[in-house]
Design a protein around this ligand. Structure first.
Ligand SMILES: Nc1nc2c(c(=O)[nH]1)N[C@H]1C(S)=C(S)[C@@H](COP(=O)(O)O)O[C@H]1N2
Ligand SMILES: [Mo]
Length: 496
């Protein structure tokens, strides 16, 4: 095996691996292929100054450039693995494993992490090894060996193109997505939009805004591919312990009129200090009105809602009918729901974690009893009821700051109950009252700030919220499983 052939076989192996991972990404309908995840990670890890310099040169071509650099790096490293294959087999395999691990880490590090993405990375690694074995069977350099090499290489190159092309064709889902996106964008729904009430946002630089933009809103669900539902075909079937079964269309909902509400939605998997929480304006039909229309029968205590993808959850009827803004929502921040957030219709129920209430792409309602079913997450050990716990988060400062006046800022929430105060303490010292911003109702998070006279050194800052019933959040540390994390949020800051 010549060095040139060794290198070429590695480049080809890497190209085949990329084609396979792209095709798998299309097959699994991944939001991002491993190559894209790597590209995004490269962008994220590029120091701000360098990124700015690059953008200064290439302008908005920085994203394609990042992807192209990742591809070039993969092919080059593949070449290296090919070069080493016959002489330094362990190095070669180590390099392939390192690449697979890096790609898998990039996939996992992205907000839309899917197990299938990791599988694609591993299969891509196996493809590299398989191609290297095929191209470097280990015979001496002979003229017939050269011909054999070229023949195998040609077959693999053709296979690579076919697999890559198949990935493109599998992209039929992409067309469907574009189609649904067009329908979605053409909808004009009566909604208040993104109006922000006055006094709710301090406007502190670098603090997340009180109203979370749709494209920054966390996305949590179990689907490998988001359901693509045409609102004209959408239906919600309501049945079970009801007096009159009913099937609703999108137009039926519009005809009933939409109600707007600001509601903070939180994931039970949000760790203390985490960002699986967001606040938006939702508009939809009150769930209570619909349940009253169908007539809930005596003895029922749960609404079992199921989405187009088969996920389900049980919500206490009490929470849906006690008059809170529990909505069958059509819009989010003044737009039709984004596909990732449940287009065309989802539920939003203030005061409950999403896993027991916020069914996206909802298509079926069964009025029933908790004792008669076990829903997706409760089958997996999560609590059946899922009320929101009192919690605070510290957003600022991040990492380090200069001595002197330092702005400590964050949010606190307990939807349906409300927050009456937030306190902050430094290095375990006395609790000090933070200033709260306004809130329009009990259902959103509240921003808080506290001016800190920071002295040089390493410090720990903690916060705790007290709810409107005078109950402070517990200091007891609990894991997210089974029904939500507790404990004071804390950050380490180095003051210079
Ligand atoms: N169909 C469906 N709906 C779902 C889920 C899901 O996995 N599938 N996850 C729930 C969970 S756990 C949460 S926290 C919220 C998240 O909503 P978001 O992705 O719009 O932020 O959706 C809920 N609705
Ligand atoms: Mo969640």
């Amino acid at each position: 095996m010549t060095r040139r052939r060794g290198f070429a076989s590695g480049v080809l192996a890497a190209a085949a691996a990329v084609a396979v991972s792209e095709a798998l990404a299309a097959l699994f309908n991944l939001r991002e292929s491993p190559v894209l995840a790597l590209g995004q990670t490269v962008i994220r890890l590029t120091p701000g100054g360098i990124a700015e310099a690059i953008i200064g040169v290439v302008g908005t071509k920085d994203k394609p450039l990042a992807v192209a650099s990742v591809l070039a790096a993969i092919l080059l490293l593949g070449g290296l693995a090919g070069l080493w294959w016959s002489t330094r087999r362990t190095w070669s395999i180590g390099l392939v494993i390192a690449l697979v691990v890096a790609a898998a880490a990039a996939v996992i590090g992205r907000p839309y992490a899917y197990g299938a993405g990791v599988i694609a990375c591993i299969l891509a690694g196996l493809v590299v090894v398989a191609v290297l074995i095929a191209l470097q069977p280990g015979e001496a350099v002979t003229e017939s060996g050269r011909r054999e090499f070229l023949r195998t290489a040609a077959v693999i190159a053709v296979a690579t193109v076919i697999v890559g092309g198949a990935g493109e064709l599998l992209g039929s889902r992409r067309r469907r997505r574009q189609e649904i996106e067009r329908v979605r964008e053409s909808l004009r729904l009566p909604t208040r939009g993104v109006a922000v009430p006055s006094g709710v946002d301090f406007g502190v630089k670098d603090q997340p805004r009180w109203l979370t933009p749709n494209d920054e809103f966390y996305v949590i669900d179990t689907v490998l591919s988001k359901p693509l539902i045409d609102p004209n075909e959408w239906e919600l079937r309501i049945h079970g312990m009801v007096d009159r079964e009913m099937t609703l269309t999108y137009q039926d909902l519009l005809d009933r009129g939409l109600k707007d509400a600001w509601i903070t939605l939180c994931c039970v998997s949000n760790p203390v200090g985490g960002d699986l929480i967001g606040n938006a304006t939702w508009s939809g039909v009150p769930i209570k009105d619909l349940l009253e229309e169908v007539g809930v029968q005596a003895g029922a205590d749960a609404l079992l809602s199921t989405s187009a993808d088969g996920w389900n959850c049980g919500t206490p009827l009490e929470a849906l009918m006690d008059g809170r803004d529990a909505l069958l929502a059509l819009t989010m921040n003044g737009e039709p729901l984004p596909v990732a957030h449940g287009f065309p219709v989802r539920q939003v129920v203030p005061g409950l974690y999403g896993y027991v209430s916020a069914t996206k792409w909802v298509t079926d309602w069964e009025v029933t009893r908790f004792q008669d079913f076990s829903a997706y997450w409760t089958q997996r050990g999560w609590g059946p009821l899922g009320p929101i716990k009192t919690q605070a988060r510290i957003d600022l400062p991040r990492g380090s700051a200069e001595a002197g006046k330092v702005m400590v800022a964050g949010v606190a929430w307990q939807q349906q109950v409300g927050i009456s105060s937030v306190e902050v303490r430094v290095d375990g010292g006395p609790w000090q009252k933070a200033t709260l911003a306004k809130v329009p109702n009990l259902d959103t998070w509240v921003q808080w700030t506290w001016q800190w006279d920071a002295e040089p050194g390493e410090h720990t800052i903690e916060a705790r919220a007290t709810n409107s019933e005078g109950e402070p959040q517990t200091s007891k540390i609990a894991d997210v499983l089974p029904d939500g994390a507790t404990g004071y949020p804390g950050i380490r800051v180095s003051i210079t």
